[in-house]
Design a protein around this ligand. Structure first.
Ligand SMILES: *Cc1c(COP(=O)(O)O)cnc(C)c1O
Length: 376
């Protein structure tokens, strides 16, 4: 099996597993039970991890809230800020190509009387920052724009967006799940007030994530979603998932892998040169080095994937492909339905090799050629 679906999830780095193992066995204490050494040990381990993830984005460890993953972080960011009694403003701005965790939360908030502006993107998935600035009103509480898109890898200029938000006195949240620990992020120079990330997208464990919440200039007010023991400064009740937190902490410090961009380029160039009717979605935009979103004319992505059982890729977004609808992300980029249906996302990881890319190329070229021939 050649695994090129790292934007959906990544295999655990063996070093991360090694770091987690003691906390799945002997060192099983509850990080809230600080009256004995097992509990203290667990608490210390989660604080070390908090420092590791905080330093990855230039934050203070006290600004990190552990969650169950980026879906929860996005929910906590948007609902938590809207629910805070401190804020009266009732308008949010986001983008049509955000992850469903953001879009569905926004829709739910609309049912509760919050106005939401969904900004469009151009054919390459890029935002118009002038349009973003124009959308801000005196009612705007928060702008939520993802750093890198999970389907196309397109990177938004979050530093510039943060600058606009800061200047206008609006909070800025970014879903950085795909870029965290891969792209340089500095919450101060980029004026980020809230940031979501997840363990399992960075060769860490599933079921753990974080929300960064700025403590000063401005201090972000956020209301927890869960009632309970008041863990994480009241923002996220529930016993800490110590092994996974330890794993995510270490995962955040590991180098992402330097040759990935060259492998991705090799894959794209190979497809473009060996097959007609191939288009790379988001080609002209700034993109993550890990992601190639490619449309094959006259081919259905789901059918193509069935022809390649030994190649793990994704058509549309893994999270929504159960719906069998063409990708709303590509739709927002103006792709017609056929082009969107004929798209495959290849996403590479730390352990992807040149041999795997060559094999994947041969597999895709053969399958596309056969499918097109069968249609004629
Ligand atoms: C994967 C992903 C999520 C969801 O993360 P989970 O930790 O699986 O809940 C949210 N946003 C983006 C951009 C993602 O890629």
């Amino acid at each position: 099996m050649i695994y090129l679906d790292h934007n959906a999830t990544t295999p655990l780095d063996p070093r991360v597993l090694d770091a987690m193992m003691p906390f799945l066995t002997d060192r099983f204490g509850n990080a809230a039970s600080r009256h004995h050494s097992l509990g203290c040990d667990a608490a210390t381990a989660t604080e070390t991890a908090r420092q590791q993830v905080a330093s990855t984005i230039g934050a203070d460890p006290r600004e990190i809230v552990w969650t169950s993953g980026a879906t929860e972080s996005d929910n906590l960011a948007l609902q938590g800020v809207v629910n805070s009694p401190v804020y009266r403003k009732r308008h949010l701005i986001t983008v049509a190509t955000e992850h469903r965790a953001v879009l569905d939360t926004c829709e739910a908030l609309e049912h509760r009387g919050v106005a939401v502006t969904y900004l469009p993107v151009d054919a390459h998935g890029r935002l118009d920052l002038g349009q973003l600035a124009d959308a801000i009103t005196d009612q705007t509480l928060l702008v939520s724009v993802m750093h890198a898109n999970n389907e196309t890898g397109v990177i938004h200029p979050i530093g510039e967006i943060g600058g606009i938000c800061r200047e206008r006195g609006v909070l800025f949240h970014t879903d950085a799940t795909q870029s965290f620990a891969k792209q340089p992020i500095d919450v101060h120079s980029m004026h980020i007030d809230l940031l979501s990330a997840s363990g399992h997208k960075i060769h860490g464990p599933k079921g753990v994530g974080l929300l960064y919440l700025r403590r000063r200039d401005p201090r972000v007010r956020c209301q927890g979603l869960l009632y309970g023991g008041g863990h994480e400064r009241g923002l996220r009740s529930g016993t800490l998932n110590v092994p996974s937190i330890v794993g995510m902490g270490l995962a955040a410090t590991l180098p992402h892998g330097s040759g990935i961009g060259a492998l991705r380029d090799r894959l794209e160039r190979g497809l473009l040169s060996r097959l007609p009717g191939v288009e790379v979605n988001g080609l002209s935009a700034d993109r993550l080095a890990t992601t190639a979103n490619v449309s094959f004319a006259d081919v259905d992505g789901a059918t193509l994937m069935k022809r390649m059982p030994d190649l793990a890729v994704s058509s549309s977004s893994a999270c929504t492909s159960a719906l069998l609808q063409p990708s709303y992300v590509l739709g927002a980029m103006g792709c017609d339905e056929d082009r969107a249906r004929g798209s495959i996302r290849f996403s590479l990881g730390r352990f992807t090799t040149a041999e795997e890319i060559e094999l994947a190329l041969d597999t895709v070229v053969e399958a596309v050629t056969e499918l097109r021939a069968a249609d004629d």
